[in-house]
Design a protein around this ligand. Structure first.
Ligand code: ADP
Ligand code: TZD
Ligand code: MG
Length: 571
């Protein structure tokens, strides 16, 4: 397909930008998130004209978080569109987060003149983007020729959603976008890959080995991870858990795979089950720091692991896995359910009772905390005021970030539907909230409640304008305790500077949304909070609720203060 330099008026022509849009459409891409500028502004316009929704955000990082939320919810790669160099770099954190979390996403970025970049001659926004993206992406490609556009996009899609999903970088040079070619020839290159996310059928031996190990366990436990949520095997997972009566705990983004009020949920006896379980079945969950690597005082030292994962490289990463099952969760769980006919599994009544007994004191303690009536509110009384409302909206998408706001929010707010909770994830990253809220609202067309620490919100707060511009039904709730973790009020500078953790406790974040025509609330009591939340949800209007939280009640780093390096004196 020759590039046409001097077209005659009657030639049927197209250009690189249009071919990219045609190829995306051919692959069923319906939405793009991004920030425009040289050289991709027209690409966004063409996409919009062709029926692809373009959600213009205020920062590429938020746009990337929106895209990967869409990827997690739909199993189709979310698309982030960025300009060269700084825009590309702004998006890169989100791409890395997608790779780390196993969310499928493609960052498509325009790039400047290769010849000038490679000779370091100082092009406008010149940067060797593809090389920089490589360590942060599952795969990284550049398309140089218009006849390769369809192939490049197919490769990016396959890389994003086959095996363990992840972030993919796709570099489009300015020359490529501007290349003019014959339209009929270009149309012939378009295709959608066949079966881009192929099933990975586990071997019968691996299923048999795993089921025998579980069947012989005295104290089995299932841990559901976000890989299981992503796989969309909801009914079969429920069937396996209910038929075997094995207690389970959900990792944060697997909450709702089974409703959190399910009798087999051992979430409130988490410490007890980890310390006691003799066989743990990891379903789409890694044994990383979130599970203290499967080691140490939190775990039964003699525990044996079954692990269901699509990525064979994951096994033995932290602890030896006695029964690895390499397969996609849909296929593996189907095989498990079928295998129950020959290898029946039933958790013993003694174990189930012990787990249920362990829940009782913890549930009681939690009740006391939730019913605290002190003012200003603390995390638990504020979350309780929200829970009372949210329990009536079981389809609600919940976004959650912060430290205490995250950790306490995860424990208090019950989820009832799979893939309805998005949070700081594997990296514990701040700044995902507004992007995730946008991605969830756009993708689902449903309402979203974002529960945000005041610091966490600050990373991407300007996206409130995006939420208002697109009239998204997002209620943002800011737990304002005046700081990162809390407001320690210790001035070590001797010059009146705020402490490193201090933010403005008397800030009126609610005023921000007023500037964009959204609905503001400033609340100080549980009653006011419940009422504002109810109204925000019912109105479906962009709403922001500034919740006054006691400045002293947050703990340093939330539940993971132990990960801070030990210092000689603690200020
Ligand atoms: P969590 O943080 O919830 O514990 P992780 O992100 O650590 O979950 O682990 C998710 C795991 O799920 C990853 O190891 C990933 O390879 C795996 N995974 C993702 N999708 C699938 C799938 N469709 N089938 C099987 N495993 C999957
Ligand atoms: N920057 C990024 C991108 N991610 C991070 N996790 C941090 C910084 C460090 N950090 C945390 O780990 S939690 C947090 C920061 C800055 C904010 C906690 O304050 P908050 O929540 O107001 O959001 P709470 O309720 O006050 O604990
Ligand atoms: Mg805070």
């Amino acid at each position: 397909m020759a590039t046409i330099q001097n077209p005659t008026p009657d030639t049927n022509l197209t250009d690189g930008m249009h071919i990219v849009v045609d190829a995306l459409k051919k692959n069923g891409i319906e939405t793009m998130y991004g920030v425009v500028g040289i050289p991709i502004t027209d690409l966004a316009r063409h996409a919009q004209e062709a029926g692809i929704r373009f959600i213009g955000c205020r920062h590429e990082q938020s746009a990337g978080y929106a895209a990967q939320a869409a990827g997690f919810l739909t199993k189709k790669p979310g698309i982030l569109l960025t300009v060269s160099a700084p825009g590309f770099l702004n998006g890169l954190t989100s791409l890395a987060n997608a790779t780390t979390n196993g969310f499928p996403m493609i960052q498509i970025s325009g790039s400047s003149d290769r010849a000038i970049i490679d000779l370091q001659q100082g092009d406008y926004e010149g940067l060797d983007q593809m090389s920089i993206a490589k360590p942060f992406a599952k795969a990284s490609y550049r398309i140089n020729k218009p006849e390769d556009i369809a192939t490049g996009i197919a490769r990016a899609i396959r890389a994003a959603i086959s095996g363990r999903p992840g972030g993919v970088y796709l570099d489009l040079t300015t020359a490529l976008l501007a290349s003019v070619v014959d339209k009929d020839a270009a149309d012939k290159t378009l295709f959608a890959p066949v079966d881009p996310s192929p099933a990975l059928i586990p071997s019968p031996e691996s299923i048999d080995r795993a089921m025998k190990l579980i069947a012989g366990a005295k104290k089995p436990l299932i841990i559901l991870g976000k890989g299981a949520a992503y796989a969309q095997a909801d009914d079969t997972i429920k069937e396996f858990i209910e038929k075997t009566n094995i207690p389970y705990i959900p990792m944060s983004m697997a909450k709702g795979l089974l409703p959190d009020n399910h009798p087999q949920s051992a979430a409130s006896a988490r410490g007890f089950v980890l310390e006691n379980a003799d066989v743990v079945v990891l379903m789409g969950a890694r044994l990383n720091w979130l599970l203290s690597h499967g080691k140490g005082k939190h775990w039964n030292p003699n525990v044996q692991f079954v692990q269901l994962d699509i990525d064979g490289m994951e096994f033995d990463s932290n602890r030896p896995i006695a029964a690895p099952v390499a397969g996609d969760i849909v296929s593996s769980i189907n095989a498990f359910v079928a295998g129950l006919a020959t290898t029946p599994i039933k958790a013993s009544d003694d174990w189930v009772k012990a787990v249920n007994d362990a829940k009782i004191p913890n549930d009681e303690k939690m009740k006391v905390k939730l019913n605290n009536t002190d003012l200003p509110m603390d995390y638990f009384s504020a979350l309780n005021a929200m829970k009372k409302v949210l329990d009536n909206y079981k389809d609600m998408y919940i976004i959650n970030e912060g430290a205490n706001t995250l950790d306490d929010g995860r424990n208090v707010i019950d989820m009832y539907k799979p893939r309805h909770r998005l949070d700081c994830g594997t990296w514990g990253v701040m700044g995902v909230g507004m992007g995730f809220a946008i991605g969830a609202a756009v993708t689902s067309g449903e309402s979203v409640v974002a529960i945000e620490g005041d610091s966490a919100f600050g990373f991407d707060g300007m996206e409130i304008e995006t939420i208002c511009r697109f009239k998204l039904p997002v209620t943002t709730v800011i737990f304002n305790n005046g700081g990162i973790y809390n407001d320690s009020h210790v001035d070590l500078s001797g010059r009146g500077d705020p402490s490193p953790t201090t933010l403005m406790a008397d800030a009126h974040y609610d005023k921000m949304i007023e500037a964009f025509g959204g609905v503001p609330y400033f609340v100080q009591t549980p009653e006011e909070l419940s009422k504002a939340l109810e109204e925000g949800i019912a109105s479906k209007k962009p709403t922001l609720i500034n919740v006054v939280i006691n400045r002293t009640c947050g703990t340093e780093s939330g539940h993971i203060g132990n990960l801070n390096p030990k210092v000689l004196s603690n200020k």
